[in-house]
Write a protein that binds this ligand. Structure first.
Ligand code: HEM
Ligand code: CU
Length: 537
């Protein structure tokens, strides 16, 4: 590697479409992913917006249950598989993993590009399913509705998720091998940033759980196309088998959605509290514990599905155990902030929002994990509010936190800080207005997935829809000012936040090679009292 080559930023290194679409640079692939998932986020958000419009009136303003079913299915499928599952790993994870490790690229750069192409292929098939008329089964694809009776484009949706699964598996494998093999000299496991630990735990889940989903969807497609009895009791199948297999993937998958968020928050809280991360090893092992215990709790989605009382009690108990490591993390973030010198910049505002919203989501997870309470709450808006607090209040906030924190590194530009804070606050307020009423609605008995409802629920639904307008404005703001900053933003220095971590020791935006000289790590991460966390030799 010559010294002059190391000076060209990855953004300047070739401008043609071919340069971008055939790149194997992890940083460019991250940008390709950002473009793709931003599109799916707003496409899925558009469906949600129409749903909230429908629910303003108890009669259902769209006038058709069929349309409403297709909207919530589109919303769930796009948001879960095309935004939440990939969001942080493929964008920030792709961009930062080699930089945080002091490496040149991921272990398998071409596999990384292949997983982007698989993701795009999957996305196009999913969009085909939507445009061709949509799917009416919900993102959970319960049988026998999905395998036999649905009139939607189920097979196309299944094929889309099947292909996206291979993209997930390839990405997970790539991160696991990279973290094992490409750590810079001196970076022992306990010197790794927590972000990479959480990505590691996420990757293990991706690699172990996704094949189960792929196989389940394949069986579903066989039943639907060839009428082979697997899940439909009328032809010798077992519908509970589908629910077991689906949730055996999907509960661990909710941790795929939240663990990378934990990682982002663990980087930001010390940086903006100017303090070392409190309880590093506890946070690290909590991630691993979540990845392991997360595989043992899927039965809490089936408390009323006709499973035995004994198994339901066991799954209830295990679900309580999975909450403990998450609580440990919340405790440690607050411990980090305690007596810190806190800066309320945009990334920190999102991070603080995350801690409050995730905790609300996690605690209500315990409500629904309590067997007796869940009999009343299951299939109601209470569950909808629970998982939106963790997925949207939690994960989407974490994605925005990370995007703002590393934006100067990724683009070499600063975004307007006042706009950043205004958006963070708007999103927090809009989010709570939209989803808190849904806890109350669910508790009062309003079931989910209905396009019309009793009139007594109208006021709270109206409040929720009004909140959704605020939330939508909040999400559109960053689209505007971040794009603006690309053109007019002030140039960023290598380390505008004064943060520790190898990624901040290389220029913003980094050169194609990442580091002119391979860094040597001599300290544990987050040494905020001692800024010289790394030396170059
Ligand atoms: C803190 C520990 C958690 C516990 C104990 C927990 C518990 C539960 C339980 C018992 C259910 C089933 C409720 C029902 O259907 O009646 C549920 C549903 C769900 N939870 Fe959680 N949860 C936790 C964290 C999370 C996280 C972190 C996420 C996502 C990032 C999440 C996402 C979901 C989703 C997607 C559903 C299914 C919704 C549906 O049926 O459509 N949960 N949770
Ligand atoms: Cu679950």
């Amino acid at each position: 590697m010559t010294h002059s080559a190391a000076q060209i930023s990855y953004l300047e290194d070739g401008h043609t479409l071919r340069n971008w679409l055939l790149t194997t640079d992890h940083k460019r692939i991250a940008i390709l992913y950002v473009v793709a998932i931003t599109f799916f986020f707003f496409a899925g958000g558009f469906a949600a917006f129409l749903m909230r419009y429908n629910l303003i009136s108890s009669h259902g303003l769209l006038g058709s249950a069929e349309t409403y079913n297709r909207l919530f299915s589109m919303h769930g499928i796009l948001m879960v598989w095309f935004f939440l599952v990939p969001a942080v790993p493929v964008t920030l994870g792709n961009f930062l993993t080699p930089l945080m490790l002091g490496a040149r690229d991921l272990a398998f750069p071409r596999l990384n590009l292949l997983s982007w192409y698989l993701f795009m292929a999957a996305g196009f098939v999913a969009l085909y399913a939507v445009v061709a008329g949509g799917v009416d089964t919900g993102w959970t694809f319960y049988t026998p509705l999905t395998s036999l009776y649905s009139k939607g484009h189920v097979v196309a949706a299944i094929v889309a998720i099947f292909i996206a699964g291979f993209s997930s598996i390839a990405t997970g494998l790539n991160f696991i091998v990279t973290i094992h093999k490409l750590r810079a000299p001196g970076m022992g496991w306990y010197r790794m940033p927590v972000f990479l630990w959480s990505l590691y735990a996420t990757s293990v889940i991706l690699v172990l759980a996704t094949p189960v989903l792929a196989m389940t969807l394949l069986l579903l497609a066989f039943e639907r196309i060839f009428g082979i009895g697997v899940f439909d009791p009328a032809i010798g199948g077992d519908p509970l088998l589908f629910q077991h297999l689906f949730w055996f993937y999907s509960h661990p998958a909710v941790y795929v959605m939240i663990l990378p968020g934990f990682g982002v928050i663990s980087e930001i809280v010390p940086a903006f509290s100017r303090k070392e991360l409190f309880g590093y090893k506890f946070i690290v092992w909590a991630s691993i514990a979540i990845a392991v215990i997360g595989f043992l709790v899927w039965g809490h989605h089936m408390f009323v599905a006709g499973t035995s009382l004994f198994s339901a009690i066991v799954f209830s108990l295990l679900s309580y155990m999975v909450a403990a490591p998450s609580a440990i993390k919340v405790f440690n973030w607050i411990g980090t902030m305690h007596k810190g010198y806190i800066h309320f910049d945009s990334p920190m505002l999102y991070a603080i929002g995350f801690i409050g919203l995730f905790t609300t989501g996690g605690l209500t997870g315990l409500f629904v994990a309590a067997l007796a309470a869940d009999v009343h709450l299951t299939q109601t808006y209470f569950v909808v509010a629970h998982f939106h607090y963790v997925m949207v209040g939690g994960m989407v906030s974490a994605y925005f936190a990370g995007l703002h924190f590393w934006w100067p590194k990724i683009t070499g530009r600063l975004y307007p800080e006042m706009w950043g804070r205004a958006a963070a606050i708007t999103i927090f307020v809009g989010f709570n207005l939209t989803f808190f009423p849904q806890f109350v609605l669910g508790y009062l008995g309003m079931p989910k997935r209905y396009f019309a409802y009793p009139q007594q629920f109208e006021a709270l639904n109206l409040l929720s829809s009004a909140g959704a307008v605020v939330l939508a404005i909040g999400y559109l703001l960053p689209l505007g000012y971040l794009t603006w900053s690309l053109l007019y933003g002030e140039r960023a220095s290598a380390n505008p936040w004064g943060a520790t971590g190898l990624e901040w020791t290389t220029p913003s935006p980094p050169p194609t090679e990442n580091f002119a000289v391979t860094p040597i790590v001599t300290q544990a991460p987050y040494q905020y009292e001692q800024p010289e966390a790394v030396i170059h030799e």
